[in-house]
Design a protein around this ligand. Structure first.
Ligand code: C5J
Length: 223
């Protein structure tokens, strides 16, 4: 049974059986002091605003038995999957793979690489480890989605204009219908967040739809 989500630029017809909630990179390395985001000179407190709204949609998705997928950006301990171009970029004192207060920055298995406690995956929810910004690049995400018959994605996480937008674009080109949670995403730069959302739904939905978490929750209440 499909339901209608009040969204921009117009209503989104959501079919919960064919939809997945994809929560992107809600890792300590981006959200907490001492991680990758902090090492790049960002005010990581900017990202906390999206935790509550994501948690609310996550609870509803679980209650409605929707597929929930989590992603984590990071690299193998030997950094063999880290492009030199990504490793070298920027003039920062701390780089990917260097030791920090939460372990080696953006490295699998380190404390900082983990998803924040508030949004921890539960058994049965696939966790996708991705070396790039987009969740489709060099991962099995598309295989998992196709195997479950998923055609629609509700995108949440951080950061709006980087990993969320890259994933949105990848998904759009692969034929998935995407809705971005406007309060379930965040950026270190509020104006980038706002513009990334505008870009997502400009031109009558060039990449998809944008809606607050409450609109998704209220639509799912009818299922
Ligand atoms: C960044 C991400 N910003 N998850 N990663 O490097 O958006």
């Amino acid at each position: 049974m499909s339901v209608t989500v009040q969204a921009r630029p117009y209503e989104f017809t959501l079919n919960p059986q064919q939809a997945a909630l994809v929560i992107i990179d809600m890792q300590r390395d981006f959200v907490e002091p001492g991680g990758f985001g902090d090492a790049l000179g960002n005010d990581v407190s900017q990202l906390r605003a999206c935790i509550g709204p994501i948690g609310a949609v996550l609870a509803t998705a679980r209650a409605k038995n929707m597929l929930v997928i989590h992603t984590r950006e990071g690299h193998r301990p030997d950094l063999a999957d880290l492009h030199g171009s990504k490793h070298r970029r920027g003039r920062f004192a701390t780089r990917i793979g260097d030791a920090g207060p939460m372990g080696r920055i953006l490295v699998h298995g380190e404390v900082g690489h983990g998803i924040i406690a508030e949004l921890s995956p539960i058994p049965g929810e696939p966790v996708i480890d991705k070396p790039g910004k987009g969740a489709f690049y060099a991962t099995d995400l598309e295989t998992i989605l196709r195997a479950r018959g998923i055609t629609q994605l509700i995108l949440a996480g951080v950061t709006t204009e980087v990993c969320v937008h890259t994933t949105l674009r990848e998904a759009n080109d692969r034929g998935f219908e995407c809705l971005v949670l406007e309060d379930g995403t965040a950026s270190y730069f509020p104006e980038f967040h706002r513009m990334a959302l505008e870009m997502a739904c400009a031109q009558d939905g060039i990449f998809g739809w944008v809606a607050p978490g409450a609109a998704v929750i209220s639509a799912l209440a009818h299922t």
